[in-house]
Ligand binder design. Sequence first.
Ligand code: RFL
Ligand code: PHB
Length: 392
Amino acid sequence: MKTQVAIIGAGPSGLLLGQLLHRCGIDNVILERHTSEYVLSRVRAGVLEYGFVELMREAGVSEHMDRQGLDHEGFTLAFQDGRHRVDMKALTGKSVLVYGQTEVTHDLMNARRENGAPIYYEATDVQLHDFLDGKPKVTFLHQGEQHSLECDYIAGCDGFHGVSRKSVPVDRIQSFERVYPFGWLGLLTDTPPVEEELVYIHNPRGFALCSMRSHTRSRYYLQCSLAEHVEEWSDDRFWTELSARLPADLAAKLQTGPSFEKSIAPLRSFVAEPMRFGRLFLVGDAAHIVPPTGAKGLNLASSDVYTLYHGLRGACLEGHPERLDRYSEICLRRIWKAERFSWWMTSLLHVFDSDPFSQRIQRAEQDYYTSTQAGLTTIAENYVGLPYEPVV
Ligand code: RFL
Ligand code: PHB
């Protein structure tokens, strides 16, 4: 088998890259370890930056998103001293779109099926060969048969636990990491959201987030201990704890109901440098992780895809392989700013087992950033997403 670009992983990074490449005539094959049903069952992101929305439009897969996505011009930060609305539209001229990652993935999978471009689900034992110098090749098992895929480039879109980053010789890669001493317990329910916009809450009992997927479907999160198991959280216990963390007027109008998804995610910051190794490019969660507090993970995947897509167009269609040379540099400049923002939002909003001095500093930061135009503008411009750097 031969192709121009072998894509490992059918999460949003792999599927979006595959769709963009297919539309401009660059052959690609996607290899995914799991079934499509399994990939769709993972409930994750919900907030799309403007840049991501534009890329979905460029990929020709925005019809459902444009119809169903909820345009949000602001969100609220709730502290002990009261509530503060971050008016993104007034502060930056931009808004974000609330549309689930599950829907994004679904739309991209449908497009792939319709255009007939090759995708192998349940591809196991994926191995990457000869990407540092020479002609790269990917081998894998599918339905009991061994396959070999020759290619010009490999896009490692296989997430944090994937094989691509692990295939790089250890002396060629450096990683930077911070692990947080708590997790997020998330719950999905078909009840109307408690507020029309997202509310991020700092409460002495712990952080809470009120988000949504539609006018009738809510997504709520609670900061929880890493020692806890999801089975220990009945729906009742979740609703009681959420009510205790919400400002009283929101608690009074919270509509509860049965959950149909509940899971605990650990929080981590991680960056691998560089992101290119010969003809292998790491994309999205394969190269970096952020804690979800800034809603940046999926959006960073999108800016990596944008940069790689334009580089590959240069290399495969226009005779300019040097357009790929700055891939790492362009991506990492934006990634580190999103890492900073996500780390900062996490430290601003969570309860840490910290000393009284650190607690006072946290309170002062909450106060400063929400009581000055400069503070609110900083939050807003990072939340809506920093601009994508063009590839030239
Ligand atoms: P994914 O989604 O992990 O997809 C990787 C795919 O690769 C497959 N794979 C393999 N395939 C073949 N061979 C192998 N050896 C393989 N190993 C793995 C996997 O099965 C999978 O299908 O990575 P991708 O595409 O880079 O996408 C990244 C996003 O999923 C992630 O950044 C976001 O979900 C993060 N995130 C959020 N991002 C936002 O921008 N806004 C948000 O509001 C937001 N909220 C969240 C989040 C992540 C969360 N969790 C659970 C970590 C909320 C949560 C709770
Ligand atoms: C979500 O709706 O899943 C969501 C929203 C905002 C975040 C994280 C997750 O910061």
